[in-house]
Design a protein around this ligand. Structure first.
Ligand SMILES: Cc1cc2nc3c(=O)[nH]c(=O)nc-3n(C[C@H](O)[C@H](O)[C@H](O)COP(=O)(O)OP(=O)(O)OC[C@H]3O[C@@H](n4cnc5c(N)ncnc54)[C@H](O)[C@@H]3O)c2cc1C
Length: 574
């Protein structure tokens, strides 16, 4: 069972739940029109479904063999990547001055979902290049941009993002890779682990974006600088950086995860991006985009697992029913998969629209407010979507029964692939902390409260639609919004106390369930309005009555749960 990009669902969510239609009508994107958006989505869907998706299981089996310092990518991957880049997909949202098409980030988000639905191991490489483009564009000097930006935008060269060291994972401030000033540039020595696409044969040059510390730098994150370290230097010589090994891992087998070594010959030449000791600010530009993109990996893999399970459930016969899809428990699983995927998709695309508005809205005030919205939604987009990616892939196996557990059907690959997305780009635990300690308190809580008001308006619209298809949707979503509001108020009062940190993960889930439920309802309202003939109200209702309804328990877990494990450290240590 292969993957068919769900282009019409994607377009509908983008326009009606995420707000692309309104943004187009307001002229946020100049003269861009819906027809252009539709044709970009259709073409991306075709490439993802017909070219990338068939490579997914080839990549899983072949992996990334490593010999004499080089990585061989699976058969067919280089051609698929080269054609993909030549078609301009890498630069879809990149600046026009550097060869990009400057189309909406939200549209790029939809395409990123499709590349990753087709193959997560393929999709993650360009995600890092796109993030590198953003950082170089925002912070690089003119000379570096001239040398590297155009080739990164075209995809002729790919980028990497290098933070992690054995002692420095979530705690990036503990990193030890050294940078020393030399001949107007820098020499980098040290090593990095777990570097995605750190070495490969897809492009002739690989541009590493490396965090390192100067000898006189302050401790912690305030002493980190960002360097551009090309594999091949501008004079054509090989820089002093190499892959030492490639990890063997649970999933995304075709994405090479490398240990990198710097300085066998005295130090790799590095070029400073931004200012010395201000590397974290530059890296955050990369990380925020990459976090949304990893959230989209969660959506993509959930979509693929859902398609797979649906196809199986329509065919598989057991017992008296004509196929297992007729059984309520199987339908419950399939509806859970379908609606969690739709909810996460809408949250991710809405984050993309907020990013676009933060860059393109007409007034400073609108851009600032959109920036805050994007900041609020980014950890939710990342963590909610990747959590549900694993859950949906797990349900996908369950729908297949024993055939899901064996590798033959491919359902097991989705489960193995999905798992990493909750770990890299900041673990989901770290995303929840970011939401609770930095994002909820934005503007003294105004940002989150404005968002909650917006969700309430959706609830009111469902209520006043009086459409019988909605069942108890308005009531359940209204209760969920109440819970989100209470939990947010409680967290704001707590500040970053241990109790607040303990409730961070259930709070993020409460946020995702409530926002996702409201966005599915927005979609259903639009579907009724436009008479598009789909059953979106079935999905909105299922989600509200079966998933959003968990809000009050999650609220209590946030506000009352901490007591039960405040003193648990000793018990766990026994
Ligand atoms: C396949 C793969 C690809 C990767 N690609 C890249 C890449 O391209 N570039 C790169 O730089 N890195 C990459 N990474 C590294 C990845 O980003 C880290 O693994 C991740 O950030 C977590 O760090 P860690 O593994 O050291 O876990 P740890 O930081 O040791 O975390 C372990 C657990 O403790 C929790 N934890 C840690 N600190 C806190 C805290 N303060 N409060 C609450 N909980 C906490 C975490 O949430 C987690 O559950 C990759 C990793 C893998 C496996």
């Amino acid at each position: 069972m292969s993957y068919r990009a769900p282009v019409s669902d994607i377009a509908f969510t983008l326009k009606h739940a995420a707000g692309l239609k309104n943004a187009l009508a307001e002229g946020i994107y100049g003269d861009l029109d819906e027809e252009t958006v539709d044709s970009v989505l259709a073409e991306a869907g075709r490439y993802a479904s017909d070219v990338i998706a068939p490579l997914n299981s080839v990549g899983d089996k072949f992996g990334t063999p490593f010999k004499d310092g080089t990585v061989t990518t699976p058969p067919g991957w280089k051609k698929a990547y080269t054609d993909w880049a030549a078609a301009g997909w890498n630069g879809l949202a990149a600046p026009a001055d550097w060869g990009g098409q400057e189309l909406p980030h939200a549209l790029n988000a939809a395409c990123i979902e499709m590349w990753n639905g087709a193959s997560m191991a393929f999709g993650i490489g360009p995600v890092l290049t796109m993030a590198a483009i953003d950082a170089l564009h925002a912070y690089g000097n003119d000379k570096l941009k001239q040398e590297y930006l155009g080739k990164l935008v075209s995809g002729e060269w790919m980028g990497t993002m290098q933070l992690t060291e054995p002692q420095a994972g979530s705690d990036v401030g503990a990193l030890r890779t050294k940078a020393e000033r030399a001949n107007g540039n820098y020499r980098i020595t040290g090593s990095k682990i777990f570097i995605t696409y750190g070495e490969h044969d897809l492009t002739d040059n690989i541009i590493h974006f490396v965090l390192a510390r100067l000898p006189d730098a302050p401790q912690g994150t305030k002493g980190i600088s960002l360097f551009l370290v090309p594999k091949i230097l501008p004079d054509g010589s090989r820089n002093d950086v190499r892959a030492h090994s490639v990890e063997h891992k649970l999933g995304i087998h075709a994405s090479p995860t490398c240990t990198m070594v710097y300085g066998d010959r005295g130090g790799a030449v590095g070029f400073l991006i931004g200012e010395e000791n201000k590397g974290m600010a530059c890296m955050f530009t990369m990380m925020n985009r990459a976090r949304l993109a990893v959230g989209l990996q969660g959506v993509g893999i959930a979509e693929r697992a859902t398609q797979h399970a649906l196809a199986y459930a329509r065919e598989r016969k057991q017992g008296p029913a004509s196929a297992i899809i007729a059984y309520p428990d199987v339908r419950r699983m399939l509806l859970t998969m379908r609606t969690l995927t739709g909810a996460a998709r809408a949250i991710c695309y809405a984050t993309g629209i907020a990013i676009d508005r933060s860059m393109r809205a007409k007034t400073d005030a609108e851009r600032k407010s959109a920036h805050e919205r994007a900041s609020l939604l980014t950890p939710v987009a990342k963590a909610f979507s990747t959590d549900i990616g694993s859950e949906v892939a797990s349900l996908g196996i369950q729908v297949h029964g024993g055939m899901g557990y064996v590798e033959e059907t491919g359902a097991a690959q989705h489960y193995r692939d999905a798992r990493i997305a909750a770990i890299y780009e900041g673990t989901n635990g770290i995303q929840a902390l970011d939401l609770v300690t930095r994002k909820v308190p934005l503007e003294g809580g105004k940002t989150v409260n404005m968002y909650i008001d917006e969700l309430r308006r959706t609830v009111k619209s469902v209520q006043s639609s009086n459409a019988p298809e909605f069942g108890e949707t308005a009531t359940r979503l209204g209760e969920a919004v109440d819970s989100l509001e209470c939990a947010s108020r409680w967290l704001l009062a707590q500040k970053a106390s241990d109790a607040a940190l303990a409730g961070a993960t259930p709070y993020l889930r409460l946020f995702g369930n409530t926002a996702g439920g409201c966005m599915l309802a927005e979609e259903a309202l639009a579907s009724l309005r436009t008479g598009d003939g789909t059953s979106r109200s079935v999905f909105a209702r299922f989600f509200a009555e079966n998933i959003a309804i968990q809000a009050s328990s999650l609220e209590r877990s946030v506000t009352e749960g901490a007591g039960s494990f405040a003193d648990a450290q000793a018990a766990l240590a026994e």
